[in-house]
Design a protein around this ligand. Structure first.
Ligand SMILES: [Zn+2]
Length: 91
């Protein structure tokens, strides 16, 4: 599971993107330690490439569905990702 599918458009995958996305499943499953999870959160909040190129939105939606009812609105994806941090501290 060391290679993500090449769903990106123009090749702009930096090492940070590869690292973040390769750990995305673990991140979503809460299997990362706090430092690693925070690294990914920070990256996804900052990196449009990851958000745009991979199935992050779907994954985030699945994650948040545990805590919140679905609220489909692609423009709020960044806000939803930010809410992960809130959820994290909330419990
Ligand atoms: Zn990225």
């Amino acid at each position: 599971m060391s290679h993500m599918p090449s769903a990106h458009h123009d090749e702009q995958a930096h090492d940070e993107c590869v690292a973040a996305l390769s750990s995305l499943q673990e991140f979503l499953h809460g299997e990362l330690d706090e430092n690693a999870a925070d690294t990914i959160r920070t990256h996804l909040q900052a990196c449009a490439t990851c958000l745009d190129s991979f199935d992050v939105e779907n994954a985030i939606s699945a994650l948040l569905r545990r805590c919140h009812p679905p609220a489909e609105a692609p423009s709020t994806l960044r806000m939803r990702i930010t809410s992960i941090r809130v959820t994290h501290f909330d419990g």
